[in-house]
Each structure stands twice: as C-alpha cells, then as structure tokens.
Design a protein around this ligand. Structure first.
Ligand code: K1U
Ligand code: ZN
Length: 170
C-alpha cells in the first residue's frame, strides 16, 4: 500500500525520529509500504519521516532493475571518507527541485535488516549519497537546508504555491 509523502515546508519533516524498539510485523509492513511508496514515486530512497512515521527506518533501491530494495533499521554511520563531493540532489518531499549538496564520497553504515539481523553496508556512489540524504531525514533535516537562505525561501514560496494550486484543482 502506497503512503502519503509529506511535502516541504511541512513542519513534521523536522521531527527527529526515535530508534525502532522491536523489528516486528508492524515494522516489516511499514517497510513494505515504504518500498511500494518509493517505487510509485520513482525514488531511490525514502525515510519513515517522509511518511509521517518518526522511527529510524529507511528504504533504498539504487539498482537499475528496481528490484533490489534494502531496509535499514536504526542506521548509524560508523565510518565516513574524508573526501567529499558536490552532487545534484532531489527529494520526493521537495518535488521538482534539484540542487548541489556536498556529501562524503563513501560511508559505512551499521543497521538492522527487516529480520533484525545486524549488518554493515559499505556504500559509495549513488548509494552513499542516498544513505546520507535519508539519514538526514531521520534527523529532521531536508536537503534544502544546505542551501542559502535566499534559495530556501524561494523554494518554500514555490512549494506553498504549488500545494495551493493542487488543492484548488482537486
Ligand atoms: O529521500 C528522498 O526524497 C528520495 C530521494 C533520494 C535521493 C536520491 C538522489 C540524491 C539524493 C537523494 C530520491 O529518490 S530523489 C529522485 C530520484 O528518483 C533520483 C535522483 C537521483 C538519481 C536517481 C534517482
Ligand atoms: Zn528526501
């Protein structure tokens, strides 16, 4: 079942997520619904924060075939490369906006999978960018907060106008 994605500047996107207490059927169902939502929105990642669930859970799929979803529960960055790179980012909560954000080139992430098994993922390329973007969501941070105040205010105005137009049309 696809869930509703919160849109910036919804204040709920700034909620700090709490750790998942138990990897149970409720969490597995939430992960499945988030994967459906990510695929339906043609995204490569999604954080629980974006569907208004404030627990530390993210889903990702950076495969070309779109059939290799990953579930990361209570993710923690255990290593970050000293090298950083500026990449163009987008966000399903800020549709139509793309801008440059500097991220670590590679990261190692410790997390539980949907069965509660601990694993460490060594991420680089798009996966590394996506993991850092999603972990920011869990801390209540949206990528536009890396941009200048001027850009952020322009984006906020554009998003509010877009949402007003959508409401008027429905
Ligand atoms: O969290 C999100 O809003 C999902 C977001 C993840 C992300 C991808 C790439 C850079 C930063 C963050 C997206 O899925 S954005 C849209 C997208 O589908 C995409 C973007 C870049 C490459 C491939 C796909
Ligand atoms: Zn995002």
């Amino acid at each position: 079942m696809a869930l509703t994605i919160l849109c910036y500047p919804d204040p709920r996107l700034h909620t700090v997520a709490k750790p998942v207490q138990a990897v149970d059927d409720r969490i597995r169902q939430l992960a499945r619904d988030m994967i459906d939502t990510m695929y339906q929105a043609s995204g490569v990642g999604l954080a629980a924060t974006q569907v208004n669930v404030h627990e530390r859970l993210i889903v990702l799929d950076v495969s070309d075939t779109r059939d290799q979803p990953m579930v990361l529960i209570n993710p923690e960055l255990v290593w970050t490369s000293p090298e950083k790179k500026l990449n163009e980012e987008g966000c399903l909560s800020v549709p139509g906006i793309y801008d440059g954000v500097e991220r670590h080139l590679s990261v190692h992430v410790k997390a539980l999978d949907e069965h509660g098994n601990a694993r460490v993922i060594e991420a680089e390329g798009l996966l590394a960018i996506c993991v850092q973007h999603e972990m920011d969501h869990l801390m209540g941070k949206v990528f536009v907060e890396y941009l200048s105040l001027l850009k952020r205010n322009r984006i906020k105005t554009k998003m509010v106008k877009h949402q007003r137009e959508l409401r008027a049309a429905s």
